[in-house]
Design a protein around this ligand. Structure first.
Ligand code: ZN
Ligand code: CU
Length: 483
């Protein structure tokens, strides 16, 4: 059987976390068909991988790419990093199941414009993904704030029993249609008044589907321990795994406290299943939130509806120009986007190094001046943190973005280089791989990503999209079927 591609003499980092080895790897159709020290059979195309790493395609477990992959299926921001699968619907906001009226509530508006939301159920979104065939595979969580949007009268109030029942119906149907689980974004104004009981009532549905509960917790500032306790309570109540989204200790007062939070995770892990994800930067980004405005750390404005010319400037500078304090300046700028330098580098490193963490970009594709994580997350972990700063071996870095992630989110036959698995693959140069963007100039293709294959199709090569795409919708229950 003639292979489509033969990767010759590759340094295989297979995603399991175990040591690398040198091998030849053959793929045909959408699968890896053979791995051996030497493969002599013919192939349509032979790629010499001497001194290059062959790894599973990276899985971005935390994204807000729900609508961008429909609007712009040639999704270079992620494909150029070696990402082959993304999980959308994080932080309580999914485009799937959203039924909007005449405006897009915050922070659902991070995903796109009103006229882009056409997916009252998962099946309609799956059909859309299958018809546009993005450059990456797509799986989705269902957002709690999205459910609230559909079912409560006021997002500022707790849901009542009837609302909860209605939310459960929508969630159940989405789980039946292949959603991976439920996400919350409890720190956001439109979810913060929901009760723990409301979350529990929804999470209860997950166990039957082996779904996951992911949470942007109620706070990442001073009250973080209580917020973690709440998340763990939900997990225990519903008997489901908990994933803390973009784990961080935010605010100067809390710098250093990941010592405490990671110890708490370890303590509760003795009795329940807990993991976390993070992006490898000390700055976060979202809509400009007046609650997070402070003089304690730098805040970069990325866009502003009333003051578009302030994009790219520091809030402190804008405030000085206007001769007002930062709070007044921020209230004049909203609606706006911001990058908050709210973490300590030591905390970022501590979470990265922890055995429970995996990599998710949390990139915001609609931001005109995006946080560089959108283009650089995965190469930065491989190049900067693993190779240059030696936080962990490259095999660990790859594991945190492939095998570990696929297992966590039940992406069947992905995340490992293994015979029979899907040929989602990256060839990269371990000496060159790194992000190329900066906070000033974020929209840059990474260095050292040589070739990216999605379901056996060469999608990115020599720093260019090939024009061929092969991403699929990945359903929880049935994600091996091609269409
Ligand atoms: Zn979030
Ligand atoms: Cu997020």
């Amino acid at each position: 059987m003639k292979a489509d591609y033969l990767f010759r003499n590759a340094t295989v980092i297979d995603g399991s976390g175990y040591a690398e080895y040198i091998a030849d790897v053959a793929i045909k159709g959408d699968r890896i068909i053979r791995i051996a020290p030497t493969i002599t059979e013919e192939a349509e195309t032979v790629i010499d991988c001497t001194n290059l790493v062959l790894s599973p395609g990276f899985i971005d477990v935390h994204t807000h790419d729900d609508l961008i992959v429909v609007k712009r299926p040639e999704y270079v921001e992620k494909t150029s990093q070696g990402v082959t699968s993304i999980i959308v619907g994080n932080c309580g906001i999914s485009a799937v199941c959203a039924v909007l009226k005449d405006e897009v509530p915050d922070p659902i508006n991070l995903l796109g414009e009103l006229d882009e939301f056409h997916y009252p159920d998962l099946a309609s979104y799956r059909d859309k993904i299958d018809s546009v065939t993005p450059s990456v595979n797509v799986a989705t969580l269902i957002g709690h704030t999205t459910l609230r949007n559909n079912c409560v009268d006021s997002l500022l109030e707790p849901a009542n029993a009837a609302n909860v029942k209605q939310m459960q119906q929508v969630l159940r149907k989405a789980l039946e249609q292949g959603a991976l689980g439920l996400s919350t974004g409890l720190s956001y104004g439109n979810a913060i008044n929901s009760s723990t009981e409301e979350i529990c009532a929804l999470a209860e549905l997950l166990a039957e589907f082996q779904g996951i509960y992911t949470t942007h917790m109620r706070t990442e500032y001073d009250g973080i321990i209580d917020a973690m306790q709440e998340a763990f309570h939900v997990g225990r109540h519903a008997k489901v795994p908990v994933q803390i989204s973009h784990h961080k200790c935010a605010g100067a007062k809390n710098w250093g406290r990941t010592v405490e939070t990671l110890a708490l995770i370890e303590k509760y892990q003795q009795n329940q299943d807990i993991n976390c994800d993070l992006y490898p930067y000390r700055a976060g980004s979202s809509n400009l939130d007046l609650k997070q405005v402070t003089e304690d750390y730098d805040i970069l404005i990325t866009w502003s509806t009333p003051h578009p010319d302030m994009a790219g400037k520091k809030l402190q500078e804008i405030a000085a120009d206007w001769a007002v304090d930062v709070h007044e300046a921020a209230s004049r700028l909203v609606p706006a986007g911001a990058i908050y330098f709210q973490m300590h580098e030591d905390d970022v490193r501590r979470v990265l190094q922890h055995a429970s963490s995996m990599i998710g970009s949390d990139g915001l594709p609609c931001d005109p001046n995006p946080h560089p994580r959108l283009w650089g997350t995965f190469p930065r972990v491989l190049g900067y943190y693993s190779r240059d700063e030696k936080l962990f071996p490259l095999t660990t870095a790859v594991h945190k973005m492939t095998g570990m992630s696929a297992k966590r989110f039940a992406l069947q036959d992905r995340g490992l280089i293994k015979e029979g698995h899907f040929a989602d693959l990256v060839v990269f140069d371990p000496n060159k791989v790194n992000e190329a963007g900066t906070f000033q100039n974020p929209k840059q293709k990474a260095e050292g990503i040589e070739h990216v294959f999605v379901n056996g199709v060469l999608t990115y090569s020599q720093k260019q999209m090939t024009g061929k795409r092969s991403g699929r919708f990945l359903s929880k229950n049935n994600n091996v079927d091609p269409k």
